[in-house]
Design a binder for this molecule. Structure first.
Ligand SMILES: [Zn+2]
Length: 120
């Protein structure tokens, strides 16, 4: 019992450290990069699926072949294939992954800037 208590405390401490580390990452991004990552994580990035009221038609405006959502942009859209390869973008999940490095977050933010979803 004693041991498992210690383990659980250690686990909590590590989780706390991870959280601090993650928050530090955010401060290492430029304002516009942090803004993009925040918008990506909260599904507020300017793509059709996130603004359904304004867009009754949510078909991707780039390829006209599928709903314009984050997964489509990050993993599927044929019109963005070359740009994705340029930035080595493979999955939307990377945006949320705890192990994603500051460099990767910067790269992801630059990918979003490059495909011009909105002005930052
Ligand atoms: Zn598309």
């Amino acid at each position: 019992m004693e041991n498992s208590n210690k383990l659980s405390k250690l686990k909590k401490l590590n989780e706390h450290k991870d959280k601090i580390k993650k928050e530090n990452y955010i401060t290492q991004l430029t304002r516009s990069e942090a803004s993009i990552i925040f918008k990506l994580r909260t599904r507020m990035i300017n793509i059709k699926n996130n603004f359904k009221n304004a867009n009754k038609d949510i078909q991707c405006h780039r390829c006209q072949n599928g709903d314009e959502n984050e997964k489509h942009i990050f993993e599927i859209c044929e019109a963005l294939k070359v740009t994705r390869e340029q930035y080595k973008i493979k999955s939307y999940e990377e945006v949320f992954n705890n192990s994603t490095t500051i460099e990767r977050l910067k790269t992801i933010a630059n990918f979003i800037k490059d495909i011009k979803t909105e002005d930052f």
